[in-house]
Design a protein around this ligand. Sequence first.
Ligand SMILES: Nc1ncnc2c1ncn2[C@@H]1O[C@H](COP(=O)(O)OP(=O)(O)OP(=O)(O)O)[C@@H](O)[C@H]1O
Ligand SMILES: Nc1nc2c(ncn2[C@@H]2O[C@H](COP(=O)(O)OP(=O)(O)O)[C@@H](O)[C@H]2O)c(=O)[nH]1
Length: 226
Amino acid sequence: MAKLFRAVILGPPGSGKGTISERVASSFGLQHLSSGDFLRENIAAKTEAGVLAKTYIEKGALVPDHVMTRLMLPRLVEMTRHSWLLDGFPRTLAQAEALNSACELDVVISLNIPLETLKDRLRHRWIHPASGRVYNMRFNPPRVQGVDDISGEPLIQHEDDKPEALVARLRHYKDVAKPVIDLYRAKGILHMFSDTETDRIWPYVSSLLSAKIPTDLADAQRATTH
Ligand SMILES: Nc1ncnc2c1ncn2[C@@H]1O[C@H](COP(=O)(O)OP(=O)(O)OP(=O)(O)O)[C@@H](O)[C@H]1O
Ligand SMILES: Nc1nc2c(ncn2[C@@H]2O[C@H](COP(=O)(O)OP(=O)(O)O)[C@@H](O)[C@H]2O)c(=O)[nH]1
């Protein structure tokens, strides 16, 4: 069995983690696990972790590290026979250390996007809560404004995507993300991408992964996901 591939994508809110993760999943057959989507699934299912996490998310706070780790690591054990891309986890040094004790990462992609670009993107971000599908009225609008293309259900905007909420979120993100980025840079597996357009970043991410993922593995995974 070819060695499985493990990757993480890091970046501030609005940097394009979800957008790029979807492209990676469909191009390379990696399983995309988004901590935000997984939390929303647990909240909807009223699991113990979901009920607890909800109290923090409603206050716009990060979910405590021990709750996130206890939620995410068992999910990764279930995915142990797949190659995967983690999005939104790890977010803190404690989470990164817990993840590193559980598995060996091959690549960490870090998106470095200017503040004004993030503000503009999030101002126009619309989300279908149940599926986590993400739209943007300028970049990838839904066929019908305010309606999810697949389910026909209404799209929403996150309260904390508003510009006034964003500056505080970004300052907190920078403080919390820096030690995580430094850790993976020290491990020699960090790849930083800076631009204002996802379509200009994507070719570089795609060629990095093409070089890193063994072709037999990528072919096998594409076969299982289509
Ligand atoms: N790894 C994590 N550690 C702690 N809290 C998390 C983590 N991932 C998600 N959360 C919580 O869940 C909420 C929703 O996460 P989600 O990733 O969907 O949106 P976000 O973090 O606001 O950022 P983005 O705009 O980048 O998607 C976060 O605001 C945070 O409270
Ligand atoms: N204008 C523009 N919007 C983008 C670009 N890339 C992503 N977006 C949109 O910007 C918002 C944030 O992207 P998302 O993938 O959700 O970022 P995340 O918060 O890091 O997961 C979404 O509405 C995306 O559709 C881009 O290159 N240009």
